[in-house]
Design a protein. Sequence first.
Length: 148
Amino acid sequence: MKKIVVLIAAGLMSVGLYAQKNVAEIGGVRLEGTPEELSQKLKAAGFKVEKAGSNTEDILFLETESRDVREIREHFNATLVSFENDPSYVAAAQNNQILDNSNVRVGLSASFYKKDAQGNIDKSRKIVFSIGEIVEGKYRLEYSYESN
């Protein structure tokens, strides 16, 4: 009996851990909560956060760490896969990974819509991330979270 309880507990833990792997996060921050709460979480995680407009709840947030071409390619691809694997997001456009032999282009972007609690696509909630150049040869990801 003790073995059965241990096996069930281990099974539940592994299911929970697997489910957590399919959650899109940016810098360890899950994109949820009010725009104000999200802004506070992102600032605490080291992002530069700005309002995207004066009459909107959209948020623009920028990574502060710069990356070289190889690093930004890997980071862009990993972020893209993270959103593709998260069942609470759906691609808003065709998003493509950057191939190993491809050049990094400033402005290259990917976009995803958030799904609501019933699994319906909520086109008023969208995340877009793109490659920005800080200085020549140094890049970062720049994010826009639209919540209209």
